[in-house]
Design a protein around this ligand. Structure first.
Ligand code: KG4
Ligand code: ZN
Length: 344
């Protein structure tokens, strides 16, 4: 059984073909980073237009690379939400039209469920149940995953998501969009030991019980530090790197403390890390170390499947075809900007 997956929720156009027997047969991706860079962030209307421009060519490229006959698709899965509504609509319209022409169903997939299950694209794949840490540009969530479609929210960010905190802090440091990878690269040359004692960046909400997060205070601490250090002068390169490193360590410490707490609370023996911030090397290393210490296995998707891609959407679509939990086969084009995973 074979599914074409289409992802267009934000600034990446991704298509992939996933086969339940043979695994991932191919995937193509176009990133709009260059398009949005001069604006310092994603411009929704430009994102939608670019998806419209890219989708047909990427689809043809995927067919040419894999030499697959589209009539062999059992279904087409597309990201129904959450995301930018215009961007979502381009993928939904493309998927529905293609499905209609091929005579197969089009299935709307939840973007975060895609991220959550992306580690199942890898070998060895984690088995259920597991603890999931979802860290993307829009979400920071801890979930107990007992089976496909059974996601219990244990905690989440009350304000900024982890990726958003990376992006906003990167902006404060004068780094371009997308901020997360740029900040992580800068942090490699930094030394956090300069910020000790009172100057240490906070590990928000780790001093009280619970599994929720809050990252906006950390961003403010960085802004205040920059103000204090600058005192009217320009910030030198080493200082910027030191701040980046101290910030990254604060986020990674906070996330791993909460993961540890969630492991103790649930007794789960596997951790799955997903979403764009899951590409962060320091986070991966620290969670791996935590896993070793606690005798818990840690699973990640490969770096390119941490951020948005079509493969995770094709994979989730294939699960729903297999378990016959499909959406009604009609020709309505559905997209939802907001869509809590719990109501999927
Ligand atoms: O999952 P994703 O591609 O899109 C959403 O669904 O939000 O995540 C994008 C987020 C951005 O905030 C980006 O800055 C962050 O992931 N990110 C990183 C890294 N790579 C991407 N943050 C920290 N370190 C990285 N290496
Ligand atoms: Zn995403």
């Amino acid at each position: 059984m074979r599914v074409l997956g289409i992802e267009t929720s934000c600034d990446e156009t991704g298509l992939a073909i996933y086969d339940r027997q043979q695994g991932l047969l191919g995937h193509v991706l176009h990133s709009q980073v260059a398009l949005h860079a001069e604006y310092g962030g994603v411009v929704p209307e430009l994102a939608s237009r670019d998806h419209v421009r890219r989708l047909p060519a990427l689809y043809q490229q995927l067919l040419a690379e894999t030499q697959i006959d589209p009539n062999s698709f059992d279904a087409i899965a597309y990201t129904e939400g959450p995301g930018l509504i215009g961007a979502l609509l381009t993928g939904a319209a493309f998927a529905k039209s293609l499905a209609w022409s091929l005579g197969c169903p089009a299935i709307g997939v939840h973007h975060m469920e895609g991220h959550l299950l992306a580690p199942l694209l890898e070998e060895p794949a984690p088995e259920f149940p597991f603890l999931a840490l979802l860290v993307s540009g829009g979400h920071t969530q801890l979930m107990a995953v007992s089976a496909l479609g059974q996601y219990e929210l244990l905690g989440q960010s009350l304000d900024d998501a982890a990726g958003e905190a990376f992006d906003k802090t990167a902006k404060l440091l004068g780094l371009g969009y997308p901020g997360g990878p740029a900040l992580a690269a800068l942090a490699e040359h930094g030394d956090a030991s300069r910020f000790q004692g009172k100057a240490r960046f906070p590990r928000p909400m780790t001093d009280r019980p619970g599994l929720d997060f809050s990252f906006s205070g950390l961003k403010t601490a960085v802004a205040l530090t920059i103000q204090r250090l600058l005192d009217g002068s320009a910030m030198d390169a080493q200082t910027r790197a030191d701040i980046a490193r101290a910030f990254e360590e604060a986020v990674v410490d906070t996330l791993s403390m909460k993961v540890d707490r969630a492991l103790q609370q649930t007794g789960l023996k596997r951790i799955v890390v997903a979403g764009g911030v899951g590409a962060n090397r320091r986070l991966r290393a620290q969670l791996r170390a935590l896993g070793e210490q606690r005798g818990v296995e840690v699973f990640y998707p490969r770096i390119e499947f941490c951020t948005d891609n079509g493969a995770m959407i094709a994979l989730v679509g294939s699960f729903y075809v297999e378990t016959a939990q499909q959406h009604p086969v009609d020709h309505f084009i559905r997209a939802r900007a907001r869509w809590p995973l719990s109501t999927r």
